[in-house]
Structure formats: structure tokens, C-alpha cells
Design a protein around this ligand. Sequence first.
Ligand SMILES: [Zn+2]
Ligand SMILES: [Zn+2]
Length: 227
Amino acid sequence: MLTMVGYCWLCHQSLYFAHHGICHICHQQLKRLQRVCPRCALPAKSRDFPCGRCLKNPPPWQHLIAITDYAPPLSRLIQRYKYHGTPQLATVLARLFLLHWLQGYRDGRWNKPDCILGIPLHSKKRWRRGFDQIELITQPLSRWLQCHYQPDLLWRSRATLTQRGLSATQRKTNLKHAFQLRGDFTDQNVAIFDDVITTGTTLHEASQLLIRAGAHSVQAWAICRTL
Ligand SMILES: [Zn+2]
Ligand SMILES: [Zn+2]
């Protein structure tokens, strides 16, 4: 198994804290999403107020939180994690997200959720990959943040086509009633995690389900957000 224990996954320099996986310099150099709307994380005039698009059509979540655009170096790291059998990158990516989230939390920009859910994978994809890339990230996040976590609370009730290559309308139709919830979410503050948010259709469908189930608030979490 290819491991990078003790070396930075990005610059290959040796690490002072081997379990961090990314060195301090590479971490500092990540190009964060700066002036983006708090609700859709797309470029906006202010990061404190929702953009015009979100005022007109508010998404079902209160905050969309992602570290960077889907661009190198994090896009390469995610591809390596998902498509090149590197599950050991899960805690590295989870830690990067945690640090990013904590910064906003300390600045008072968002609150701690009561519970964390992951977008469920297609069973075929999980079987082919040999691991669930979402679950391996949400597990440590829930442990570190001391939030409730149970992997099967959100589940796919039917098979769907892969979203890639579909139009916006096709994406919506494809995912209609694709998810189901277990458990009681009344008055819960929930965070839903996906590795990459592109159009947000998947998270939109899952968030709506939570709101209908009585959730008080939803945070959409991702490592990267396609701009
Ligand atoms: Zn580095
Ligand atoms: Zn917006």
C-alpha cells in the first residue's frame, strides 16, 4: 500500500507531526474561498450577507461551508483519495475541513451542529472503491466535534444515475425521492457532508428532506466547491 506517513502529501517534505498529513506551509498556502456568499459559497460582494441569487431563491441550508474551489492542490488530493485507493487521506482531509470550520465557528459565523450526516454513496461505487469516502471523513469529524453520527440515518432509497453530464433539470428529476431519513430530526441543527459540491442538487435534495423532517437548521459541508 502506498503510504506517505511522515511526509506532506502535497510538497513531500517531512512532517513535524506525521499524522497531520499536510505541512504548515502547504496548509497556509491553500487558496481559501474568500469573498463568497455564506449561503451558496459563490463569489459575492460580501461574505456576511446572502447574495442576490440566494435572496431570490434561498437554498434549504443556512451555510455552505467549503475550504477551497475545486482546483489544485485539493482537487488532486481528492482525486487521489477517491480514485486511487488511498483511504488513509480521509483523516487528512477531515482535519483540513475541521480547521477551516473551527475558524468560522470561533469568528461566530456558524454554530456547532447537533448531528452530522454524510451523502450516501451509490452501492456500486462503494463496492468498486472498496470504501465509503464520505463515511471515512464524517466519522472523525463527528468524533472531534462531539456530534451525533450514525452512518445510515440518510440513505438512498433507489438507484440513481450519476449526476455528472446531466442538465440541471435532469439532475433534479434524477434525485427526486432518491433519499430517505431515519430518526427524529425535530429542532436538530444538522450538518450534511459531501466531498465536492458542484451544482448542489444532491445536498439540496437531502437538505429539503431534513427541513421537512423538522430540522431547525442545516449546514452544507464540503472540502471543495466548484465555482
Ligand atoms: Zn507541504
Ligand atoms: Zn448566495
